[in-house]
Design a binder for this molecule. Structure first.
Ligand SMILES: Cc1cc2nc3c(=O)[nH]c(=O)nc-3n(C[C@H](O)[C@H](O)[C@H](O)COP(=O)(O)OP(=O)(O)OC[C@H]3O[C@@H](n4cnc5c(N)ncnc54)[C@H](O)[C@@H]3O)c2cc1C
Length: 218
């Protein structure tokens, strides 16, 4: 089944600074695959908006999220409440010659739609996929999910049908009459990285951090 390109519906067409819009699905996948945290919006019955930060994993043309069956907001999403999921990667601070033109380098993706509940028989596989995405290499060492853990977890899927991507990676774009201002301008990159593993204080065996942690990169 084909999925529309990012920005191809009236609701997702980037109007503000459209030159920053990316319209190919590869760009959408790349942003989603580079992030670890998504923000998922829901409007509750009394009309109040909430935004939940959650771990997620892309599974082909859908995003998987999981949460407690006791979570009011997850239950609302499971019931099909309309949602908007965003992933934001911060790449730098743009230091322009005016405060007005100063901004950020970023890659961000937005997905509109409604979640569906991953059926019981597919839940463990979906949770394994989330584990593989967030903790690559770990699953081979882990015990199987316990029935009570599966029963306590809702897994939701949001298809990548209505999406948009915006990428900001340009140098400062100052007004001509600001270019003569004798102050520095440029971009300060932001990089994210994993630090040295810290062993749990209740580790009962003399075990070094596993080798696959060395392959984790940001
Ligand atoms: C880290 C970061 C910091 C930002 N800081 C600011 C700020 O301080 N002030 C500010 O005004 N804007 C900021 N932006 C840009 C902001 O996200 C919006 O793009 C911008 O405000 C225009 O909003 P709009 O509703 O007028 O866009 P429109 O172009 O009218 O939005 C139409 C559609 O375009 C898509 N779209 C819009 N923005 C994005 C996006 N960022 N990512 C993916 N799809 C998008 C959506 O599908 C949306 O429905 C920032 C973005 C990022 C990622």
């Amino acid at each position: 089944m084909s999925h529309p390109n990012p920005g191809s519906t009236p609701r997702t067409r980037v109007r503000r600074l459209p030159e920053k819009a990316a319209q190919d699905r590869a760009a959408l996948h790349a942003v989603l695959d580079a992030g670890l945290v998504a923000h998922v919006a829901i409007t509750t019955e009394d009309g109040r908006p909430f935004v939940l930060p959650v771990a997620y994993a892309r599974d082909g043309e859908r995003v998987l999220i999981h949460g407690s069956t006791g979570s009011r907001l997850f239950r609302g999403l499971a019931a099909g409440a309309p949602t908007c999921l965003t992933v934001t990667l911060l790449d730098g601070v743009v230091v322009a010659r005016s405060a007005f033109e100063s901004s950020m380098h970023y890659r961000s993706a937005m997905v509109l739609g409604a979640c569906t509940v991953v059926p019981e028989q597919d839940k463990a596989t979906a949770l394994d996929l989330i584990t593989d995405r967030l903790l690559p290499g770990r699953r081979d060492e882990l015990r199987p999910h316990r029935p009570k853990e599966l029963a306590a977890t809702l897994v939701l899927a949001l298809t990548l049908d209505e999406t948009s991507v915006k990428i900001s990676d340009s140098p400062p774009d100052d007004e001509d009459d600001d270019l003569d201002t004798p102050i520095w301008a440029g971009v300060v990159p932001i990089t994210e990285h994993f630090g040295e593993p810290v062993s749990a204080p209740d580790l009962r065996f003399d075990i070094a951090p596993p080798h696959y942690l060395r392959t984790w990169t940001r």
